[in-house]
Design a protein around this ligand. Structure first.
Ligand code: FES
Length: 275
């Protein structure tokens, strides 16, 4: 049983008004894309603001694609804090109903898979649809008028770094899916592990290196997390840290495809435990 411990920085629990919050005692701010951590930093700032209201037991952040933490990891963090009802707030624009629908399914899967009763999870509309956002933007634009942070002529040189004109030498090219479904299955953490493993094996530079690129959805979402390795054209699916270690050692170093995780294009398959 998790203890309902108060989060650092949260105000007294008595200040939370259940009639205002509808029983919500935790908030998970869900960003859309966490490319290179930039979205993550902005989310931390927003989380601090929500936390400062003192209304919630826990306020956490998650990223729907290309980042950490994933939605299930964020929900688990709320559950571990003792939350009974989590409000997931999409911090992005647009009425992407199919994404919200799928994310709610991912939350349901997380709830089913954890093996013990967890908090109720509800989704809010995207923050980009909220009418108050217009006022906030008007104010931010007015503030920026007098103190723009970068001028177009701050950088007098028209030269870009020389490295941007060279295709890095490599032996293999890997496309690593960090689309929303693979991300919710832990692809963000796996990609960090993959990169470290390549570094440990000396495979990040030189003619025999592996050139890895993060991508959006590659298509077979039910089989994620997924990578594709070229020039062989091998699709590796249902990846774990152990699978990554084997692929790096056996395939990239040893030259043998790891058949256990390789999937053939065109065949309908389900991973173990997939519903
Ligand atoms: S999100 Fe990775 S295959 Fe669709």
């Amino acid at each position: 049983m998790t203890e309902r411990a108060k989060e650092p920085g949260a105000g007294p629990l008595e200040r939370r008004d259940p009639t205002l919050s509808g029983g919500v005692d935790a908030v998970l701010l869900l960003g859309r894309s966490g490319h290179q951590g930039a979205a993550g930093e902005g989310m931390v700032f927003l989380a601090e603001a929500v936390r400062a209201t003192g209304r919630y037991l826990a306020v956490r952040t998650a990223i729907a694609e290309r980042g950490l933490a994933s939605l299930p990891e964020g929900l688990e963090a709320c559950a571990q804090a003792g939350a009974r009802k989590v409000l997931v707030v999409p911090v992005f624009f647009g009425r992407d109903r199919s994404l919200i629908y799928w994310l709610s399914k991912a939350a349901y899967r997380w709830s089913r898979a954890r093996g013990e009763p967890g908090p109720e999870v509800v989704f809010a509309g995207a923050i980009g649809e909220h009418p108050a956002l217009g006022e906030a933007v008007v104010r931010a634009v007015a503030d920026a008028e007098g103190e723009a942070s970068v001028r177009a002529d701050d950088f007098q040189s028209l030269e870009d770094p020389l490295a941007w004109s060279v295709i890095p030498p490599h032996e293999r090219h890997v496309l690593a899916c960090l689309g929303p479904r693979c991300t919710s299955r832990g692809a963000g953490g796996l990609y960090v592990h993959f990169w470290k493993r390549l570094q440990e094996r000396g495979l990040l530079r030189g003619r025999s290196s592996v050139h890895a690129a993060q991508t959006g959805c590659l298509s077979p979402c039910n089989l994620g997390p997924t990578i594709v390795v070229y020039p062989e054209g091998i699709w590796y699916c249902g990846l774990t840290a152990e699978a990554i270690d084997r692929i790096v050692d056996e395939h990239f170093v040893g030259g043998r495809v790891v058949e256990e995780y390789a999937r053939e294009p065109g065949r309908h398959e389900r991973l173990k435990g997939e519903r």
